[in-house]
Design a binder for this molecule. Structure first.
Ligand code: NAD
Length: 333
């Protein structure tokens, strides 16, 4: 399917995963409109496209229905990624509900009115809660442990309800933990891998919440963005839900030890803090459904992705000491 000239809206397109998706869409010749309020997204995530007439950036809040309506003008496909993150849900569940659930319902309704040809809802593995069995396929029980997970589940259920009721051509994608270039490390948005990198580059011990035995299925961001795109392009993806993940289980302590090794900081040992509220114990995906239906497969193995990320990180931030104050707050204290 050609994307050349396709008019595509990406909500949250200045964010971590959204900006990588925008990179792919522009590379394929699509005309992309991003709507983002820059609450966690950054202009520099899209600065590589400065001067590209195929990219339009609209600064605004997706909770503003009239703005959403204007933003949808002329749009054929929608990728919906705008989100308030998990840590924000621990201190302000209401705003997280408004953005992740209510605004998704608004967007579905407006997309139905406009008659978009494709609506891709980027959900999250957090809708599963902790693994009841592994590897977790798309039929795994949905028992989110945080208001964030619950709001993402509401978002995907609204989107699918619009498919069943009105025929809105919806595909739901559930990425598992994604890491790589442009990942957040600052305050409430800070994710574990870049936080560990900053701590170690400054000769500080990586701080682990809980016993470190909790696992995640870490997926490199270029794989996640490619998964969202490739799955959504497949004609059989409509009305379906897909995991996007590498399909490998890695514990947090293994992440810390790998980074200690790669950064030659063998004299440093991790320190353990109280567990994070609502933290899921185990996430390990069965990624075979996407492979079977659409042929998509994540390619970047975990150590390889970490090395790529480290390379990028060192280039992007030449003075890691300046980043230390930015990782002091966790967002739920
Ligand atoms: N990062 C992960 O590991 C991961 C894992 C699973 C699922 N996801 C999903 O992927 C999507 C993107 O996540 P991300 O990690 O890139 O997050 P992100 O915070 O980097 O991106 C979200 C974007 O939404 C924007 N935004 C927030 N509130 C908004 C509002 N009210 N109006 C307009 N824009 C708003 C932010 O500024 C940001 O650019 C989300 O839907 C998330 O649930 C992410």
């Amino acid at each position: 399917m050609t994307l050349k000239g396709k008019k595509i809206l990406v909500t949250g397109g200045a964010g971590f995963i959204g900006s990588h998706l925008v990179d792919l869409l522009l590379k394929k010749g699509a005309r992309v409109r991003v709507v983002d309020d820059f609450s966690s997204g950054k202009r520099e995530n899209l600065s590589q496209h400065e001067g590209n007439d195929n990219l339009e950036v609209v600064e605004g809040d997706i909770r503003d229905r009239s703005l959403l309506k204007t933003t949808l003008s002329g749009i054929e496909w929608v990728y919906h990624l705008a989100v308030k993150c998990l840590r924000e849900s621990l201190k302000d569940p209401f705003i997280v509900h408004e953005v992740n659930a209510t605004a998704t319902l608004d967007l579905c309704e407006l997309c139905r009115e406009v008659g978009v040809e494709k609506f891709v809802y980027v959900s999250s593995s957090e809708v599963y809660g902790s693994a009841e069995y592994v590897p977790m396929d798309e039929n795994h029980p949905l028992n989110p442990t945080t208001a964030y997970g619950a709001s993402k589940l509401a978002g995907e259920k609204y989107a699918l309800a619009y498919f069943y009721t009105y025929g809105l051509p919806v595909t739901v994608i559930r990425p598992f933990n994604t890491y790589g270039p442009r990942e957040h490390f600052e305050g409430v948005y800070g994710e574990v891998i870049p936080r560990f990198i900053i701590q170690l580059l400054n000769n500080h011990p990586p701080t682990i919440f809980g016993d470190g035995k909790q696992t995640r299925d870490f997926t490199y961001v270029e794989d996640t963005a490619r998964g969202i795109l490739e799955i959504s392009l497949h004609p059989d993806a409509v009305g379906k839900t897909f995991n996007v993940a590498r399909g490998e289980e890695v514990s947090i302590i293994e992440v810390a030890n790998l980074l200690i090794h790669l950064l030659n900081k063998e004299t440093i040992s991790p320190v353990f803090l109280s567990p994070r509220p609502g933290d899921v114990k185990r996430h390990f995906a069965n990624a075979s459904y996407a492979r079977k239906v659409t042929g998509f497969e994540a390619k970047v193995a975990f150590p390889e992705g970490i090395e790529k990320f480290l390379l990028w990180f060192r280039n992007a931030y030449s003075d890691p000491e300046t980043l230390l104050p930015l990782i002091e707050k966790f967002g739920w204290e």
